[in-house]
Design a protein around this ligand. Structure first.
Ligand SMILES: O=P(O)(O)OC[C@H]1O[C@H](OP(=O)(O)OP(=O)(O)O)[C@H](O)[C@@H]1O
Ligand SMILES: NC(=O)CC[C@H](N)C(=O)O
Ligand code: SF4
Ligand SMILES: [Mg+2]
Length: 522
């Protein structure tokens, strides 16, 4: 049991994983279910495992998989660390089943410890229930009181455990013949409209649920029919044509991002904001679509496009890379400058640099080589060590840097710990001019919806001397994309039918789509 001292949001967030630079991600959820002829074994767990590896960028603190063989007892394996370190052949062999769910975690609401690793499993009156959650409940403290008032005990401070327990509550209209899971999910969505994408495992089905604002992403795919194997030996194109035909699937998958669907699984569609999808062994079925409270606008996280998601993922009918290129083009329109070369801070600045180059007709080239084996920049006690971290992470490519007027693109500046040392590095390597262009507006406000954006004080855009930041970091000029420009670039190629488009920009504007948390003490 965790300490219950200090229940304000700040107290609860104190023990979250801390890094020196960047935005730490959110979480990744994945689910897989075999069709009626699928035989119980470890193949479902293997599919979930591959999905989680593809979602590793969304959370690296802990991971877990839960499978069901159709009985009340689930098979559970969870642990601290990366997917490749937590799961072994031995642990996967314990995960037999015909359906399962999995999670990669970056903590937002409770400590990064094994007890808070997901999926959460509880045993209810009607059998076991497991939940994997990406997001953060804005009204967690009110919901917590409501659940505790109903006589339910909670063993952690995690809002994901809270969701799991809230799903065990009998809905207000009661139940006639056993548990009415869709009614329970609707009840949860009324109690807590923001923010979550969930996969919920029961003994014989899975529910995929996206909050009414559509704040966090979620999509549906299928496990390709085994025709795939029969056509081995043909070229990939022919295989694709055959499996794409409307053949019955061998099963279905759900994931935070479509980058998790590979080779044997294929993207079908996005799960709509507010949608509840029931996946049984005969296929997926939409049970309901819950509207936002008081007809409020949709609020899909715009930072999924800017930074979080893999460039190959598909949101709202467009590839993330495409939206990033538009951001770069828009940035070139808003802040042109004469230069010899456009380059990026790898890796998530790459697509925006491509867009800037296309729009400005200034050639694009690599300015920095990234050492892929250096992970995050962990908290360092001094500036000197922080700069060493950056030097370890990036090396200048002299051919493109020496004697050149450079435009350096990055997707975002958070604490400002990356950009300053990089400029120094480029100057030392002979750059004539360094112009920084940022493909998102200044980050000014914390996020309460599943992302670890630091406190206001830590965000460099809130520094007193922010106007002089270009001088401070040693750039010849530094400009950001406007909020309007970002929204325009992201929304340019969106293709969704039958619903309004809307994005959360709260960390840029301070306009929170569902209000601020009810236990905020500042
Ligand atoms: O202002 P700061 O606090 O220093 O953080 C900003 C940097 O952090 C992120 O990159 P990250 O290192 O996470 O890696 P990526 O671009 O390769 O995804 C972001 O893309 C910026 O480059
Ligand atoms: N980043 C997330 O989506 C976190 C999910 C959940 N709030 C947790 O802390 O486990
Ligand atoms: S506040 Fe920013 S990071 Fe958080 S959901 Fe909104 S856009 Fe995304
Ligand atoms: Mg970066």
């Amino acid at each position: 049991m965790e300490s219950t001292e200090g229940n304000s949001l700040q107290a609860l967030r104190q023990n979250r994983g801390k890094v020196d630079s960047g935005l730490t991600h959110e979480c990744g959820v994945f689910a897989a279910i075999g069709n009626e002829s699928w035989e119980a074994g470890t193949e479902i767990a293997q599919i979930v495992l591959i999905g989680l590896q593809a979602l590793q960028h969304r959370g690296q603190e802990s991971t877990g998989i839960v499978t069901s063989e159709g009985h009340n007892e689930f098979n559970v394996q969870k642990g601290m660390g990366l997917v490749k370190n937590v799961f072994t052949n031995e642990s996967i062999s314990q995960l037999t089943g015909v359906m399962g769910i999995g999670h990669t975690r970056y903590s937002t609401s409770a400590k990064s410890t094994a007890i808070n690793a997901q999926p959460f499993v509880v045993h209810s009156m009607h059998g076991s229930l497991a939940v994997a959650h990406n997001g953060e409940l804005v009204n967690a403290s009110t919901l917590r009181k409501q659940v505790l008032d109903r006589g339910v005990g909670l063993s952690t401070h995690s809002d994901s455990e809270l969701i799991t327990q809230a799903l065990c509550l009998i809905p207000p209209d009661g139940e006639v013949n056993g548990p009415d899971w869709p009614a329970r999910i609707r009840h949860l969505m009324q109690l807590a409209p923001l923010s979550y994408s969930l996969v919920v495992l029961l003994k014989d089905r899975i529910y995929a649920v996206r909050d009414p604002y559509g704040n966090r992403p979620l999509c549906l795919g299928k496990i390709l029919a085994s025709t795939h194997e029969m056509v081995n030996g043909f070229t990939e194109d022919i295989v694709n044509k055959i499996v794409d035909a409307e053949k019955p699937a061998d099963g279905w998958v759900v994931a935070s991002e479509s980058c998790a669907f590979m080779k044997i699984t294929r993207y079908m569609r996005e799960i709509k904001p507010g949608e509840i999808v029931e996946l049984t062994r005969s296929g997926p079925k939409t049970i309901d679509i819950i509207p936002t409270p008081a007809g409020k606008a949709m609020a899909f996280c715009i930072f999924e496009y800017v930074y979080f998601a893999r460039p190959t993922s598909i949101f709202e009918g467009q590839e993330v890379y495409n939206a990033r290129v538009h951001c770069g083009r828009q940035l070139a329109l808003e802040h042109p400058v004469e230069a010899d070369i456009v380059g990026s801070v790898p890796e998530s600045g790459n697509a925006a640099a491509h867009g800037y180059s296309l729009q400005s007709n200034i050639p694009q080239g690599e300015l920095l080589a990234k050492n892929t084996y250096v992970g995050r920049t962990f908290i360092q006690p001094s500036n000197r060590l922080r700069q060493m971290n950056v030097a370890l992470k990036f090396s200048p490519i002299l051919t493109n840097v020496k004697g050149k007027r450079i435009i350096l693109i990055d997707d975002s500046i958070v604490r400002g710990n990356t950009v300053g040392p990089i400029i120094k590095l480029l100057r030392k390597s002979g750059a004539k001019e360094v112009h920084i262009r940022i493909a998102s507006p200044p980050l000014k406000f914390p996020c309460y919806m599943g992302i670890n954006i630091p406190t206001r004080e830590e965000l460099i855009a809130n520094a007193k001397d922010f106007e002089d930041i270009a001088l401070k970091v040693g750039a010849d000029s530094l400009h950001y994309l406007s909020v309007e420009g970002l929204v325009r670039a992201v929304q340019k190629d969106i293709k969704v039918q039958g619903r309004k488009i809307g994005h959360c920009t709260a960390c840029l504007t301070g306009e929170y789509p569902g209000g601020v948390p009810d236990n905020l003490d500042w």
